[in-house]
Ligand binder design. Structure first.
Ligand code: 13P
Ligand code: SF4
Length: 347
């Protein structure tokens, strides 16, 4: 039963004490979050894991790339476990290292040595390592603006992977017009753009988040019709059109902070993952908090982590045979750390 599982989890947590650390991403289910030692966005959780020298086991309640980032930043004696290997990220899956290497060669034929690669942390460790080897860096949604600005002081152009929306929204915010942005389709190996290719500043990988793409212009229009005083706040993984029509756009932490600071009785529609929207609605019972898309938008892979999987993972530690350990290859780790550190130094 649920109670039995919860009791077992509490027992194991107690038994291991500080030797066990459970970071929980904001998009995780409440049944998992109740056992998290810290709740945060992907970057904060990786940093907390890295600073936690007592934890022998880090049971990461989030998705695969987050557990990889934690493994990259922690030391060799720390084991990072992902309670369900199917907890991937459909956006990160849209860019493989093989495609990235071959795209880079093709793009160099067009743009020569004028590009700097930037990858959203929602990508594999191998792609982070690629950026590390090519003078590039990682970015998160909370520091993308700073990082794109920096990158454009280093090279004439940036190659932004794998989320076209975060790349486009960030560049647009910095005053770069849409005509100066191209989209790179890794399937057809074609670059799509309007206008003069020599004026391209930003080359966007044609990836997207299947959760955040579900927030539409129609959703925004409907909400404004239903609630004329509504405040619409969205994550920059939403499309450019939706971000432009929203009142505010920003990272997971930005959304949380804005809701915190909001007036009682104010009305909010949020364009981000369902579990976070639900939690914000519970916490801010003095405000009206809705999902921008009334059908709600769960991240199915985040939701793979549930009570039975968390318990399964913890019991494997108890039996001294940890399952689903995320262990990034040493060479990849070395180069990926370079890309992550270029971000941490600046953001
Ligand atoms: P954060 O970096 O804000 O945690 O977001 C991760 C993510 O997957 C957003 O969809
Ligand atoms: Fe990936 Fe989107 Fe899920 Fe975030 S919400 S983990 S970007 S699929």
């Amino acid at each position: 039963s649920v109670e039995e599982m919860e009791t077992r989890i509490r027992e194991i947590k107690e038994k291991f004490g500080t030797r066990l650390y459970i970071p929980g991403h904001h998009y995780q289910k409440d049944e998992v979050i109740q056992f998290a030692d810290d709740i945060g966005d992907s970057l904060k959780l990786a940093q907390l894991s890295a600073n936690n020298n007592l934890a022998e086991y880090i049971v990461f309640c989030g998705v695969h790339f987050m557990a990889e980032t934690a493994d990259i930043l922690t030391n060799e004696n720390q084991k990072v476990l992902l309670p369900d290997m199917r907890a991937g990220c459909s956006m990160a899956d849209m860019a493989s290292i093989e495609q990235t290497e071959s795209s880079w060669v093709k793009l160099q034929e067009l743009f020569g040595d004028t590009m700097l690669p930037l990858t959203y942390v929602n990508s594999t460790a191998a792609i982070k390592a690629f950026c590390g080897r090519h003078e590039g860096a990682t970015v998160t949604s909370s520091n993308a603006k700073k990082m794109v600005k920096w990158a454009l002081t280093q090279k004439e152009r940036i190659f932004f992977l794998p989320d076209q929306h975060l790349g486009r929204n960030t560049a647009y915010d910095l005053g770069i017009p849409l005509e100066a942005m191209a989209v790179w389709d890794p399937e057809s190996e074609q670059v799509e753009y309007d206008g003069d290719i020599n004026k391209i500043k930003v080359i966007l990988w044609k990836g997207y988040c299947s959760v955040h793409e579900k927030f539409t212009v129609e959703n925004v229009e409907q909400m404004r019709k239903d609630y004329p005083d509504i405040n619409i706040i969205v994550h920059p993984e939403c499309s450019h059109e939706v971000v432009q029509l929203a009142d505010l756009a920003g990272s997971t932490n930005y959304i949380i902070d804005k809701l915190e600071a909001a007036e009682p009785n104010s009305i909010w529609a949020i364009g981000t993952e369902m579990n976070l929207v639900k939690r914000l609605a519970q916490v801010h019972f003095d405000k009206k908090v809705l999902s921008l898309n009334p059908n709600m938008c769960p991240c199915l892979t985040m939701n793979r982590i549930d009570l039975p999987h968390l318990l399964w993972s913890l019991e494997s530690i108890e039996k001294k045979s940890p399952i689903n350990q995320i262990s990034v290859d040493k060479d990849i780790t070395r180069d990926a750390v370079v890309a992550v550190n270029r971000m941490l130094e600046r953001a």
